[in-house]
Design a protein. Sequence first.
Length: 373
Amino acid sequence: MITQIFSIIIIIIGSVATYISTKKKEKEDSLFYILFTAGIELINNASGDFLDKIITETAIIMGNNNLSSVTGEFNIWNFAFGIFLVIVAITIKISKKNKLCVLNINGYYKRNVEPYLKSKKTILYDYREREINFVHIYKRMFSIKKDEDSFKCILEQIKEETEAFKNETIELKRGYTGIAPIPFIMYAGTYLNRVEINKYYEFDKIDTNQYYELTNKNNYMYPELKLKTELDKLDTGKKEVVVEISITQKITDQALKQFKANSDICRLEIDNPKDNAIRSVKQLNNYTNIIFTTIEKITHIIPDIRRINIVCSSQSCLALEIGKRSVDSTRIPEIVAYQFESQSNIKYPWGIVINGTDKGKLIKVEEVEESNV
């Protein structure tokens, strides 16, 4: 009787857990509950009654193979297969923790990271790729017209798919890569606040024409991101400051001339900027911390500052991390991320407000600041 009651309880709990997991579209969890429930049920029914099970299974653990001397009936095959199913279920549950989902944001052209992951024979992760692809709408519409309709379509796609990535990877490892305009990357980062990215992949278009993973080695040597501006000498009469970040290329004074009428310039640079300069996670975190420490210092020097304009020559991983950190509107002012266009007379013709009440607003320099050029 006890055995039958225990079986019913096992089946009910397993069925409910499986149903909930299925509704949430968590296939691995559903399989785990099915196998685990079946395994426990087989173990439960391997011998006649509840007391026999305790005695028999204790005897097995103690090394007594003469089961008939311990209890009358014991189905060794049911017991063994039940143990096997439980082990498989636990293995599935553990392996889920090692699943990797890579967010790939493509804006300039379509490039998938999956072939690179397949080529890594030592990879320990079961992986998949979630791509945010707005290449066509960006190249055929927004980059030409700078129109609100295509702009809003891109922002809506970024928000929807980034939040989906965040929600569906709660129990998974997360990766990131991207080749897209920096303002859109930063905007995507705002929806990943407090989300840990476990692996970063960057594309080396100069030397290898292949992806590489940012190393987690703490002893990796990297160039220091240096503050080149004396913050105490910033013009407190100007309510905007441009934070210029030069990592992959040096941003020139000529490129920044559009800002000089309304903004002072704060420079953060590495010596000898070059492509793919960021190679380690520690380096990425260090650069992000330096940027926001500098922004906070600026707000102390200019307490009523209205806006921080970010012009950034860097890899997309840094843009994403800046976006992630920009949501704290209580400590930092409005931030606008600008896009560089070398063929434009105005080198930073548009930007996106990435925090505050106007988050997602398109800033077009041709319309609002052309007279300052």
